[in-house]
Design a protein. Structure first.
Ligand code: ATP
Ligand code: MG
Length: 536
């Protein structure tokens, strides 16, 4: 600070003022001058000053008053004041020091002494500024620490919430399966009121099933498990979770689906997670806004991709030469995102929500998920008007098989195994109604005996609570029926079981996830090929 420091000389005696200025400039300092308190105030307001040399006898204001004023205005950063008093003015010096002056010099003074005092006071100022800087840095670090701590607490809450949700969802699967399965057996009732009641039970149970599946998707994280999904199903599952809530908060929800939407080869739960994040962000953005509205638009885009004019530049800049895409736009009429914040949107822990409310992770995670799928997550935002986030997912392959329904009536024999008697009951009744020859077993040993006695086309089994695991069960069946082993279909209410997943992958086995609909049950047995049971 030394040579370029700015010194304000407040002195009404022009000769003394000029002398001091000369000495200071000679010492390499910058100077400003004031002949009165009023001028001094003006200089202090209009430019940065590092030291004030203040004559005690000013024409317009007593020295101690001005001294007090300067000190109270500059309480944050230390501004030293060197007062100049007459030789015998002891009372002035005491008043000056009491009013906040840091040092004094009596007139007439020696130039060396003036310069030595100037240097000393500027040294103190430099030390004070360094101290303030450290305090500011400490404060910032403390604030950052407090924010990070709140985010970590939130993240761990989310993790335990995920586990809880997974557990609850799993437990709901069996009772839901029983309701759905039994209800689907009922519509043959004659009375129309009964029929309506049954239809409503089925619809209600199917809705509950979708919600459970959405919760499971939310709770599941980690590796990508791809499968074929209809874009519409992905969106509707998330809306099942959010629609009522949004509408209860007065938020209008609109959804539109374009024509010829191809199926997507994606991890459904992860893409739903992304959609949920975007909808939740839109929800926060429209809160408290007039006419809050969230619109979802799903459409197919064949190359070259040109953004619709409504969506603005940052979407427009995005092009694809890869092939067809499915776009899922989440638009809101919310606050929008200020342009200076837009570059930080996808950074982990970037949030504008109050501490403890937003982790600032959703967009970062969503970006990662969409990129892992070979897609893009882009946005366009107009502060004060709203934002659009777009998920663009590549269409991997056309001509994806649509599962046929088993309307032609099934055939063959099936052995159903489950430790839940209710499940056994409704599954076997559903299959029998479709023409299957059904036998049931509650334990693995019993099933092996039955397979030894008679061949079956298919074995449908849930091995939970059995003393044998799926691998052993599958291998023993191969040994019992070496020539024409039955198709093994695994039923499971578990969200994730690594051993089952590995078995399913190794032998490409069909899996029926509980709760399932009648149609899903029939569809998974479509692969059973009739064979001559006598020869097996
Ligand atoms: N639709 C939107 N409209 C306005 N601002 C948005 C929108 N979506 C995201 N933002 C801004 O981006 C920030 C980061 O979003 P992100 O979803 O990653 O974290 P968050 O919502 O703050 O917290 P959480 O991780 O709990 O979702 C938000 O805090 C918000 O400032
Ligand atoms: Mg968010």
């Amino acid at each position: 600070m030394t040579p370029n420091s700015m010194v304000l000389v407040v002195e009404d005696d022009l000769h003394i003022s000029e002398l001091i200025v000369f000495l200071l400039q000679d010492g390499g300092y910058q100077t400003a001058t004031a002949g009165s308190a009023a001028q001094a105030r003006h200089v202090l307001e209009s430019q940065a000053v590092d030291l004030v040399i203040l004559d005690w006898m000013l024409p317009d204001t007593p020295g101690d008053q001005l001294c007090h004023e300067i000190k109270s205005r500059r309480e944050e950063s230390f501004l030293p004041i060197l007062m100049l008093t007459a030789r015998n003015a002891l009372a002035d010096r005491v008043a000056g020091l009491d009013a906040g002056a840091d040092d004094f010099l009596t007139k007439p003074f020696h130039s060396d002494e003036l310069m030595a005092r100037v240097r000393a006071l500027l040294r103190i100022r430099r030390a004070e500024l360094a101290r303030l800087q450290v305090i500011t840095e400490l404060r910032t670090a403390y604030d950052r620490l407090a924010t990070t701590q709140a985010q970590l607490v939130q993240a761990s809450r989310l993790a335990s919430l995920g586990e809880l949700v997974a557990g609850v969802a799993h437990e709901l699967n069996n009772p839901l399966g029983i309701i759905l399965g039994n209800a689907e057996l009922l519509p043959t009732l004659d009375h129309s009121d009964d029929r309506r009641a049954v239809t409503q039970i089925i619809e209600g149970a199917q809705r509950a099933r979708r919600i459970v599946q959405s919760l499971i998707s939310f709770a599941r994280q980690g590796k990508i498990e791809e499968d074929w999904y209809k874009p519409r199903d992905l969106v509707e599952r998330v809306l099942d979770l959010k629609r009522a809530d949004l509408q209860n908060h007065g938020i209008q929800v609109e959804v539109s689906y374009g024509l010829n939407l191809p199926m997507l080869w994606v991890d459904g739960s992860q893409i739903q997670h992304v959609l949920l994040n975007l909808i939740q962000n839109a929800e926060h953005a429209v809160q408290g806004r007039p006419m809050p509205r969230i619109a979802l638009r799903v459409f197919r885009q064949d190359p070259p991709v040109l953004a619709p004019p409504l969506l603005g530049e940052s979407l427009g800049a995005w092009q694809s030469d890869t092939g067809s895409l499915v776009m899922i736009d989440v638009m809101d009429t919310g606050v929008g995102i200020p342009s200076e914040l837009q570059v930080r949107l996808f950074q982990p822990f970037f949030t504008t929500r109050p501490v403890g409310q937003g982790a600032g992770l959703s967009l970062a995670i969503s970006y990662g998920i969409v990129s892992q799928h070979g897609g893009s997550l882009v946005y366009s935002s107009h502060p004060g008007e709203g934002s659009t986030f777009r998920i663009a997912l590549p269409v991997v392959r056309e001509g994806i098989p649509v599962p046929a329904s088993n309307d032609g009536g099934a055939s063959g024999s099936v052995l159903v195994m489950d430790s839940e008697p209710f499940v056994l009951d409704f599954v076997s009744r559903l299959l029998a109604r479709k023409g299957w020859d059904v036998a049931v077993a509650q334990r693995a040993g019993q099933a092996f005996d039955m397979l030894r006695e008679q061949p079956y086309h298919a074995v449908l089994c849930d091995l939970k609570l059995q003393d044998i695991d799926e691998w052993d069960f599958y291998q023993q069946i191969q040994q019992i029926c070496p020539k024409h082993p039955p198709i093994v279909v695994l039923m499971t209410g578990e969200i994730r079981n690594d051993r089952i997943d590995a078995l399913v992958q190794s032998y490409d086995l069909p899996v029926l996830r509980k709760p399932f609909t009648a149609q899903e049950l029939f569809d998974c047995l479509l692969i059973v090929e009739p064979h001559d049971q006598e020869n097996s």
